[in-house]
Design a protein around this ligand. Structure first.
Ligand code: NGO
Length: 521
């Protein structure tokens, strides 16, 4: 080799940490591992656990749900490792090299979704008071393994995890995302992918915006034209569609299996043009409205002084409640500019009673706080601080979805092609640097049930576009909802997010690679 090329090789070797083609080993210090959301506490013990062909997954206690969680673990790990993990239940002798999943209801500090992960050179032990906590803990295990673990085909890797202990639990009980399937319709498979990605970041509620002016997206058997006709178009005209009740139940079950609750929304009395096109009797004029494919808001209203309207609301909520194992039915209530306030208030009052009659808790956009809130009502703050205040004055709980911070349909900056910017441009730092308890004066931790990031779909038409607008901002929102405020600093998060990039790649997420972050290649 000539001296010059030797020098070149040496320089290249110095620039890169290693000259072998082996991927760099994961650090042996657990406290240096990148995890998002950042766990509550991590201590390192300096060793290494290695996942091998011989590793077994064991479950302690014969609960169906633990077995389900164990199956998820095996499904997560099998494709990339190529190992076929055997899942063994019961209290049998635990040999070396196993992963143990167990419940311990006595560890109340961890709550319904917390977990403790204890990693030694011999075993990985995941303990939680509830199965949901075990499932959240699995997501941590995925992030502790090399990013190749997310690939769909067997990878040649050492599957090492640094040893130590993680104790972790969420700050907020409700950690959500919303998908607007009304402005543009998204197929069941897309929603399932969104659920999978939410699960990876420990989110636990998916709010589905199932109706709006441009489309009605859920089959209602007693009012079949809602979906058949009202769901036949979308923004821009072409396409549209709806979920049959069977498909919808499949989604609910898929989410439930990942400890995610679906919160269904039927928006009313405004944002109802799709319903008004389907049944003339819902219009005060008695004439059906025309299908709408534009993106204006605030022009439609149900006829609030007609009894047919309440029969309609009752039937819809009855059928929806029957499909909903979760506690909430969202009645919308936003931007009802075409409904006079003296009609809006009695309408919302009656709609709330109907939700209660069908055994569910009321959820609504912040405007519903102008009505008399029923017990346990949840108000989603998006625009008017005054409404959030009215909600807590009436004893309601608040979900924080400030449009200026959490709206995933807002453009990142003026060069973003998709999205809107009526509330703000929201760069990755802006979506992360805010504190839920400092948004509305008088609204403290005790009033806030949680946080939700809505993705409205006026401009978003397919899964790639959903991912581009949601990621990475949704990851930051998930961390705000999970991690204690004192442990959240932008600089630290920015570094972790950059180092997390190989995982986003392996998960094939089409994220927006903001210049504010140094993305690891
Ligand atoms: C508003 C409006 C939605 C729009 C969205 C667009 C709420 C609660 N209502 O938020 O209909 O789609 O802005 O950003």
């Amino acid at each position: 080799m000539k001296i010059s090329s030797l020098l070149l090789t040496l320089t290249v070797c110095l620039l890169y940490t290693s000259c072998t083609s082996e991927p760099p080993a994961k650090p042996t210090n657990l406290t240096q591992e990148v995890m998002i959301p950042k766990p509550v506490s991590v201590t390192a013990s300096g060793g290494m656990f290695t996942l091998t062909e011989a590793t077994t997954i064991r479950t302690q206690g014969n609960f169906k749900e633990i077995a389900q969680v164990a199956q998820h673990l095996s499904d997560y790990l099998a494709p990339a490792t190529g190992f076929s993990f055997s899942v063994e239940s019961g209290d049998g002798e635990s040999g070396d090299g196993h992963i143990l999943l167990q419940l311990d209801e006595a560890d109340t500090e961890l709550g319904d979704e917390g977990y403790e992960l204890n990693i030694t050179e011999e075993a990985l032990t995941l303990t939680a008071p509830q199965p949901a906590g075990l499932f959240r803990g699995l997501q941590t295990i995925r992030q502790l393994l090399p990013s190749e673990i997310e690939k769909n085909s067997p990878q040649e890797m050492n599957w090492n995890i640094a040893t130590g202990t993680i104790r972790d639990y969420p700050t907020y009980e409700y950690r959500g995302a919303m998908l607007d399937v009304a402005r543009h319709f998204f197929q069941v498979e897309d929603v399932k992918r969104y659920i999978d990605l939410m699960a990876y970041y420990k989110l636990n509620n998916l709010h589905l915006h199932l109706s709006d002016d441009q489309g009605w997206r859920i089959e209602i058997k007693s009012w079949p034209k809602l979906a058949e006709y009202g769901g036949s178009t979308q923004v821009g005209g072409e396409g549209g569609g709806h979920y049959t009740q069977e498909q919808y139940s499949d989604l609910v079950e898929y989410a439930q299996d990942r400890f995610i609750t679906i919160v269904p929304e039927i928006d009313m009395p405004g944002h109802t043009n799709a319903a008004l096109t389907s049944y003339p009797e819902l219009n005060c004029s008695g004439k059906a409205a025309e299908l709408y494919t534009g993106i204006e808001v605030g022009f439609s209203t149900l006829c609030t002084d007609s009894e047919v309207t309440y029969q309609f609301v009752d039937d819809v909520i009855r059928e929806l409640a029957a499909l909903t194992p979760g506690p909430y039915i969202h009645i919308g209530g936003d931007e009802s500019h075409a409904t006079p306030i003296e009609e809006y208030i009695p309408f919302v009052n009656r709609a709330q009673d109907i939700v209660r009659k069908h055994g569910k808790q009321v959820f609504g956009w912040d405007e519903i706080a102008n009505a008399e809130l029923v017990e346990n009502a949840v108000v989603q703050y998006w625009a008017e601080a005054e409404n959030a205040t009215k909600a807590i004055e009436q004893g309601g709980k608040v979900i924080m979805s400030p449009a200026t911070k959490t709206y995933l349909d807002m453009q990142y900056d003026s060069t973003t092609e998709l999205g809107l910017h009526w509330a703000a441009y929201i760069e990755v730092d802006s979506a992360y640097i805010w504190e839920p308890t400092e948004m509305v004066e008088g609204l403290g931790r005790e009033h806030i049930l949680g946080i939700e990031a809505p993705l409205w779909s006026e401009t978003v038409t397919n899964m790639d576009e959903i991912e581009y607008m949601a990621f990475p901002r949704l990851i930051g929102i998930a961390e705000i909802a999970w991690t204690p405020a004192a442990d959240r600093q932008w600089e630290d998060y920015r570094t972790r997010l950059g180092q997390h990039a190989p995982y986003l790649k392996a998960l094939e997420i089409d994220y927006y690679a903001s210049d504010l972050v140094d993305w690891e290649r």
